[in-house]
Design a protein around this ligand. Structure first.
Ligand code: CO8
Length: 261
């Protein structure tokens, strides 16, 4: 366990395999600029190599914002080719985050707008503090979401709701985000840390190989027609029986003891 780069624009703290990443530019409501994207790339380089990793929890520094979007002062200066490069780089980072073989969860502690909402959408699920505000306000700035929002938002909340949010740019509160399925749970903001600890314990108790295989089955399968997706599941299900975790998990059940993964 170690504390890494606590003063970086992406601070991170690892405790028994569960890493908490904190986007740390509170004066700009944690807006994403190239420096943050680069810090996320560095974090991902380490996370992808971390064989003991069990989960990643992401939040924003301070009590006001998760991430209030891409940095508008920076975007203001971009030419079209630069905008393409910035968005492409950020999309690659978010895809890597999504494909980590462990649960990646957004703990949304305030404003979650634009690129911030897209960061939350790249997480496997999100939980929100009751003060959270969500939205894709890009059309109010004369642009569209560029970090995956036009694609992941409809996959999460359905096309009609996504179209409404993306074309009006309207902001919604945590209760509404819960109702439409953008977040899984809402709690008092002060309870997000307790949730993180409880979730961390749950993640450490699950068989890590099975968790990674389950994520693969879901993400790969969702992109396929049902028949090939079901075939994918069958193959991955069988693969579980070729490893040690299935033997240990089932032996532990029969012997009435906790499993040791
Ligand atoms: N970028 C840069 N600075 C920001 C951002 C941002 N997205 N959001 C807030 N800040 C800064 C403010 O400018 C302010 O700075 P300063 O103190 O120096 O004036 C500081 O954070 C605090 O913000 P406010 O004073 O505005 O705080 P309020 O409580 O009054 O308002 C809001 C909070 C409602 C969140 C407001 O700050 C706001 O509307 N922010 C912008 C939200 C937004 O539009 N986000 C979407 C941006 S577009 C986007 O994310 C596109 C993603 C794809 C990009 C593709 C790249 C090419």
């Amino acid at each position: 366990d170690h504390l890494g780069a606590a003063d970086s624009v992406v601070a991170w703290h690892r405790h028994e395999g569960v890493v908490r990443l904190t986007v740390n530019r509170p004066k700009a409501l944690n807006a994403l600029n190239e420096e943050v994207i680069e810090a996320l790339e560095t974090a991902l380089d380490a996370l992808e190599r971390d064989a003991e990793l069990r989960g990643v929890l992401i939040s924003g520094a301070g009590d006001k914002a998760f991430v209030a979007g891409a940095d508008i002062t920076r975007m203001r200066e971009l030419t079209a080719p630069e905008a393409r490069a910035f968005a492409g780089r950020a999309q690659t980072v978010l895809k890597r985050l999504e494909r980590l073989p462990v649960p990646v969860v957004a703990l949304v502690n305030g404003f979650c707008l634009g690129g911030g909402c897209e960061l939350a959408l790249a997480c496997d699920w999100a939980v929100a503090g009751d003060n959270a505000v969500f939205g894709q306000p890009e059309v109010q700035l004369g642009i569209i979401p560029g970090f995956g929002g036009t694609q992941r938002l409809p996959r999460r909340v359905g096309p009609a709701m996504a179209l409404e949010l993306v074309t009006t740019g309207r902001k919604i509160d945590a209760a509404e985000a819960l109702r439409i399925g953008l977040v899984n749970q809402v709690m008092p903001q002060a309870e997000l840390d307790t949730y993180a600890e409880t979730l961390g314990d749950e993640l450490r108790a699950s068989a890590p190989g099975a968790v990674g295989t389950a994520k693969r089955a879901l993400y790969d399968g969702m992109e396929q027609p049902l028949d090939s997706a079901l075939a994918l599941e069958t193959g991955l299900f069988a693969l579980c029986f070729a490893g040690d975790e299935q033997a240990e998990g089932m032996a532990a059940f029969v012997e009435k003891r906790p499993a040791r993964f």
